[in-house]
Design a protein around this ligand. Structure first.
Ligand code: ADP
Ligand code: ADP
Length: 225
């Protein structure tokens, strides 16, 4: 069982905005929903977990590894699908994912090929592997985004507002992919969509103005909203 423990995390930007105001959360395997309106602090929290910014105070531990200080952890065990992930050059899905695998440190070419094909299969893009990614639809792009987040077999992936801009069918397809993956690893899903958290997540927290207002199981919490 994997555990991510965020303890008394704080981040104030230089303009004085307290984007993360003493946040503590404990997350175990499965899908964890971080629900909050625009400006609540979701992206700030995600960016801090994936190492894009340092908190002013507090700790983030993953199975006792120090996520803030341990760059090996970030490289090996964590995947990230940022909001509006968007690097779609004129290369095939296979080539782009292979390139990202090299950056992630998957240097053995046989291992890389196997992993890339297995991931494209997992996200239902295997038959499109030779197509240029710049021709992909929104839903295909987001599924590709999940494939890149899963490179290197991370134990946790962070997914920020992944279904923004997808039509209902693509959103459903994307969400069932997340559910499948969430059986094996931790997924933190940041979203403003109550319905997605309700349908997908086993645990959730509601964040507003940098504060966690309440956390628990969606079935218990959402009926109080
Ligand atoms: P820090 O306090 O972490 O040093 P800064 O205030 O220097 O962060 O801002 C970092 C970056 O974020 C800058 O490029 C800045 O322009 C940008 N930024 C500033 N305000 C906002 C905001 N409200 N939302 C998103 N990005 C912002
Ligand atoms: P959310 O992802 O929930 O929309 P954010 O984490 O982007 O929330 O923003 C939280 C607050 O911090 C907002 O008031 C936002 O304007 C501010 N903010 C975000 N990034 C920066 C930054 N780099 N510099 C200054 N303020 C920021």
């Amino acid at each position: 069982m994997n555990t991510l423990k965020i303890h008394n995390l704080k981040k104030t930007y230089s303009n004085g905005v307290k984007a993360i105001d003493n946040v503590s959360i404990e997350i175990q395997n499965g899908m964890f929903g971080l629900l909050g309106p625009n400006g609540a602090g979701k992206s700030s929290l995600m960016k801090t977990i994936v190492g894009l910014q340092k908190p002013d105070d507090g700790s983030i531990l993953f199975n006792d590894a120090d996520v803030i200080e341990d760059s090996e952890f970030l490289k090996k065990q964590l995947g990230f699908l940022p909001q509006y992930f968007g690097v779609y050059p004129k290369v095939s899905a296979f080539d782009l994912l292979s390139h990202l695998a090299i950056l992630k440190g998957v240097l053995n070419s046989n291992e890389r090929k196997n992993q890339v094909l297995a991931l494209l299969d997992k996200v239902n893009l295997y038959e499109h592997r030779k197509k240029n990614v710049h021709t992909f639809s929104g839903g295909m792009r987001q599924r590709f985004g999940i494939a890149q987040a899963l490179l290197g077999n991370p134990k946790i992936i962070i997914v920020d507002e992944p279904t923004a801009g997808l039509d209902p069918e693509e959103r459903n397809r994307f969400n069932s992919l997340l559910s499948e993956i969430g059986e094996d690893i931790i997924i933190i899903l940041s979203t403003h969509l109550v319905e997605d958290v309700h349908n997908l997540c086993s645990k959730m927290a509601i964040i507003n103005k940098g504060n966690i207002l309440i956390q628990g199981s969606p079935t218990d919490l959402i009926k109080e909203l």
